[in-house]
Write a protein that binds this ligand. Structure first.
Ligand SMILES: C[S@@+](CC[C@H](N)C(=O)[O-])C[C@H]1O[C@@H](n2cnc3c(N)ncnc32)[C@H](O)[C@@H]1O
Length: 271
């Protein structure tokens, strides 16, 4: 059974957050995008496809790496995220990208036509991630690569420990946080191997991300927003203020270090 949110919930969430996405606190999605691209190291002039492209955190640096002879298509279901991606590409003078609205599970593209297919922090939203990896792999040319990043299990400390304390003291019972199937490296490597990819690797990397303003760890991270969304609306402000007070108490004079666990899945279609 799927553990992903519904299409409507995804659209509502990213429409609401589009203006702030990757802009509150450090731009960690961009940091993780560069890491994914370092691991893939795509050749200049290659053809790229970036699914669940959002505001272009992977798409735009991928286009830069591929150079003027490369091309990248970015696809996402949320128009508000794509509007930002288009504006950022124009502002950066990147003309080798094309953004399209669409469903990552129903891509209307020629098969075996991309040297590199990427998905940054999108696989956890797929209703059937195994089938998503299988479909995305069909768009990879023989010898080309697929690379996906997603959240690993746990992490977001000390935010989550403090959130647990505050919620318990306030007598607020929330559904236990469950990790998606995609948070397990073995699941991801299994999806990639069953899609026919070789040289499959799934690296778990703990990134220490510095937040100059500790409150941004609550408002600017998906886990921080999930905590607030789990609290009844009338108690949200109290919980938020107390959580920020405790984060500030743990922070150093220059801010707070948050541990983020990221999985990087890479594989190659045999030539
Ligand atoms: C966490 S954001 C990541 C965006 C970007 N790849 C990055 O690394 O910053 C996830 C994105 O996936 C998109 N998304 C989720 N499910 C999708 C689907 N079925 N088809 C296309 N896009 C989807 C959302 O609209 C959102 O923009």
């Amino acid at each position: 059974m799927s553990d992903a949110p519904s299409w409507g919930a995804i659209l509502e969430n990213f429409t609401r957050n589009a203006a702030h996405f990757n802009r509150v606190g450090p731009p960690f999605y961009s940091i993780f995008a560069e890491r994914l691209l370092d691991l893939l190291d795509p050749p200049v002039g290659a053809q790229g496809l970036d699914v669940c492209c959002g505001t272009g955190a992977v798409t735009l640096p991928l286009a830069r790496r591929l150079g003027p002879s490369g091309r990248v298509i970015g696809i996402d279901l949320t128009p508000a995220m794509l509007e930002r991606a288009v504006a950022d590409a124009q502002r950066a003078g990147i003309t080798t990208v094309e953004f399209r609205e669409g469903d990552a599970m129903r891509l209307d593209l020629p098969i075996a036509s991309f040297d590199v297919v990427t998905c940054g922090f999108g696989i956890q939203f797929m209703p059937d991630p195994r089938s998503a990896v299988a479909q995305w792999s069909t768009f990879v040319k023989p010898g080309g690569q697929l690379g996906c990043s997603t959240w690993g299990e746990g992490g977001f400390e000390p935010l989550m420990s403090l959130a647990g304390e505050v919620l318990a003291e306030q007598g607020i019972v929330v559904d236990p946080w469950h990790e998606r199937a995609t948070a397990k490296p073995d699941n991801l490597t299994g999806y990639a191997r069953s899609a026919g990819l070789s040289d499959v690797e799934c690296r778990l990397e703990n990134h220490i991300v510095h937040f100059a303003n500790p409150a941004d760890a609550v408002h600017g991270t998906p886990r921080g927003r999930s905590v607030l969304n789990a609290v009844p609306a009338e108690r949200r402000e109290v919980v938020r203020d107390e959580l920020i007070r405790r984060l500030n108490a743990q922070a150093g004079t220059d801010g707070l270090d948050l541990e983020m666990r990221v999985l990087y899945l890479t594989g190659r279609l045999p030539a």
